[in-house]
Design a protein around this ligand. Structure first.
Ligand SMILES: Nc1nc2c(ncn2[C@@H]2O[C@H](COP(=O)(O)OP(=O)(O)O)[C@@H](O)[C@H]2O)c(=O)[nH]1
Ligand SMILES: [Mg+2]
Length: 308
């Protein structure tokens, strides 16, 4: 599913702001005249500042040093090209490229902290699914607050998508259950489920999400269960912590990296990939309904480290 829609909007066109930040910070290192110890130290530091994380930055620099030695790359320009290729290779996900692109019906739980862009992403996914000939159904299982339900309903109306909700305070697991049954009887083949994201409140979000996941798993014969984690591209190292928490609770299939149209550095995605192996599936590139694109590692690498 969602095979063609992203072609309207390229990763490289839509994340120019992110590219600018990298060109400024990481690009500067390559102005040095020599590839010496100081160069490597500066490169590592620039990657860390770009949210790539200490562990992943060190591993990346080590890999590139090795590669540079092996290939006899001795100039900053040559190392720059190696870095770009290595980043693209690291983010690509060939062996699992079909993991989310299910041919049959699927049900996707969208998780992430408050404000990361879950509700907006759900509207965009429903729209994209329609363009792709799918029949989506949106489930409002963020029942923590009435405002969350009505915000999602606006997206359902805008995209003319079937909508299943309950009242604020209702059990989110039962909303998922109702949504899957409704999807089955009404012929929907792509169920997108909104969830709460308030980590710092008394109610136990992770336990609630686990319950929802169990409901999904019980319907696995009818709808392939999927979990997408939404991460704000502006998030620094905290994004890794988020990825760990949500993955531990419900197991994530992939990440949607949002707000790449803003001053997001996006480097956290390298840290998430490096430390946890989670692939990026989609990028959010604005607040509009069509501002989503499948993630393209090569284009992303060329955006943050432009080909001269
Ligand atoms: N610029 C930009 N803003 C976004 C993007 N995705 C979401 N937003 C904005 O981020 C804010 C929070 O989004 P929302 O979907 O409500 O997040 P939620 O709390 O995770 O459901 C809203 O103001 C959205 O318009 C994106 O890709 N780019
Ligand atoms: Mg929301």
């Amino acid at each position: 599913m969602l095979r063609f829609f992203g072609r309207d909007k390229k990763t490289s066109e839509s994340s120019q702001e992110t590219g600018r930040s990298w060109t400024h910070i990481v690009g500067n290192v390559f102005r040095r005249s020599e590839v010496d110890d100081e160069f490597w130290e500066d490169l590592e530091e620039a990657l860390i500042v770009s949210d790539v994380g200490v562990e992943t930055s060190m591993a990346l620099v080590e890999k590139i040093q090795e590669e540079a030695r092996w290939r006899g790359a001795r100039t900053p320009e040559a190392v720059y090209d190696l870095l770009r290729s290595e980043i693209a290779a690291m983010l690509s996900d060939e062996e699992r490229s079909n993991g989310f692109d299910d041919d049959g019906p699927s049900a996707v739980m969208v998780v992430g902290v408050n404000g990361s862009g879950k509700t907006t992403t759900i509207g965009k996914l429903a729209q994209a699914a329609k363009k792709d000939g799918r029949v989506p159904l949106i489930a409002a299982a963020d029942t923590f607050r009435a405002g969350a339900i009505s915000q999602l309903e606006i997206w359902a109306d805008r995209t003319e998508t079937m909508f299943v909700s309950s009242s604020a305070g209702a059990d989110p697991g039962s909303v998922v259950y109702d949504a899957l049954n409704a999807a089955k009887s009404r012929g929907a083949d792509f169920v997108v489920i909104d969830t709460a994201g308030r980590l710092h409140t008394a109610h136990n979000l992770m336990e609630e999400l686990k319950k929802m996941r169990r409901v999904l798993d019980r319907h696995a014969e009818d709808f392939t269960p999927r979990v997408l984690l939404v991460i704000d591209g502006n998030t620094g190292q905290n994004g890794v912590t988020q990825a760990k928490q949500f993955s531990d609770a419900v197991g994530c299939d992939g990440v949607v990296l949002t707000k790449l149209d803003s001053t997001a550095k996006g480097g956290v995605i390298l840290a998430i990939r490096g430390e946890m192996g989670l692939p990026v599936r989609y990028i959010g590139t604005g607040e509009g309904i069509d501002d989503i694109a499948p993630f393209d590692p090569q284009e992303f690498a060329e955006t943050i480290l432009p080909v001269n």
